[in-house]
Design a protein around this ligand. Structure first.
Ligand code: SAH
Length: 350
């Protein structure tokens, strides 16, 4: 694979283009074109500059290969083809306040959570900062958005991959996507979800990127958590809570816990009470979601009424919580259903 031009910050890109003998305004044109989701070959630049860029960089690092539309709620799932033939998935959810895009940060995932499809084939490779960013510019463009009137208003790093297992690229992506004059999505409109990599959570608190830090908790004791999340053998819930408190202290941002309700596993009243006890008095919010089906997995969703009871207990105990409805499950686009595949040499998608 060639290099990815969209990995560069505006400043780095300007330097590169000037270094190729062009004027500064040309560099600006290249930058704005790329942020609008254009390929290098579509930029309105001199043939010499185009040739120089194409020699070193991928023309289209992320191409929308397929789009699926949910009949239930209008959610769109995208299959993106990367320059090396790997495929990743992403989702665009439409809400009253705007459109939220869910992006992937790795091809596959190595965290091994028992309920999730993204980890079935392990981790294939990390995405570069530009490959994460291009998912957004491609969708924004295909939805008819521009840089002034974006069709993508919010971003969640909740697709396949563990963002903090690809720390440097993810932080570079976050700096580039929030930068003034580009795609410019404010950190407040970005949520990053982690399975709880404590050292990276601490490191991230120092980066000065005040986004919505979200942690996949899914259990109230380390033993129970380890049954579905291997990472629980590495970091304790107490260490995760401490890292969250530190994030709040450094950024002033309240943090969020994801809690997927799994029948016979973590969804009983006693679990709700234990969760409330664990989180009482903390500046946090709990997002409950009923497990989405993953065909290779044997786990089942808690009943709707069990989920509502769970929510009610949390609320009675003074915990801020919501029960999220699942979106895009009819197209395999809901939480935990995103997966990867590879284009076969004959160009067919398996
Ligand atoms: N690796 C990160 C990012 C994934 S975000 C993380 O673990 O947080 C996707 C969210 O969906 C996580 O909270 C994850 O635990 C949850 N999830 C995974 N599989 C799911 C499923 N089958 N049903 C509902 N939620 C699921």
């Amino acid at each position: 694979m060639k290099e990815i031009l969209q990995d560069l910050s505006r400043e780095e890109l300007t330097e590169l283009v000037i270094g190729l003998g062009e004027k500064k305004f040309r560099a600006e044109q290249v930058y704005l074109g790329l942020m609008q989701g254009k390929k290098i070959s579509e930029l309105n630049i001199s043939p010499a500059l185009r040739a120089a860029l194409l020699e070193r960089f991928e023309d289209e690092p992320v191409r929308i290969s397929e789009t699926y539309i949910s009949q239930e709620d209008g959610t769109k799932k995208y299959l993106f083809a990367l320059a090396d033939g790997n495929l990743i998935e992403g989702v665009l959810m439409k809400y009253k306040y705007g459109n939220t895009q869910c992006v992937s940060t790795q091809v596959g995932c190595r965290m091994g959570c028992k309920f999730c499809a993204s980890t079935l084939g392990g981790r294939v490779r990390d995405l570069t900062a530009g490959e994460i960013l291009c998912q957004i510019s491609a969708v924004n463009r295909s939805e008819g958005g521009t840089l002034k009137e974006r069709a993508v208003t919010n971003v969640v790093l909740m697709g396949s991959g563990e963002p903090f297992d690809n720390y440097e690229n993810v932080v570079r992506f976050l700096r580039n996507v929030t930068a003034e004059g580009g795609i410019e999505i404010s950190a407040r409109n970005i949520s990053l979800s982690t399975c709880g990599l404590v050292p990276e959570m601490k490191q991230f608190a120092e980066e000065g990127i005040p986004l919505n830090l979200t942690v996949s908790l899914h259990a109230t004791t380390d033993e129970e958590r380890a049954r579905t999340m291997p990472i629980a053998n590495r970091y304790k819930i107490s260490e995760i809570l401490e890292a969250c408190a530190n994030y709040f202290q450094k950024t002033g941002r309240r943090y969020i816990f994801e809690y997927t309700l799994i029948s016979g596993e973590n969804a009983d009243e006693k679990h709700a009470l234990a969760l409330a006890k664990l989180l009482k008095g903390r500046p946090c919010h709990v997002n409950l979601i009923r497990l989405n089906a993953v065909k290779e997995r044997s786990l089942h969703a808690a009943e709707e009424k069990t989920a509502r009871r769970f929510l009610q207990i949390l609320e009675e105990q003074g915990i801020s919580a919501t029960l999220r409805r699942s979106m895009g499950s009819d197209i395999g686009g809901a939480c935990g259903q995103l997966r990867y595949s590879r284009i076969f040499p004959d160009g067919k998608i398996p």
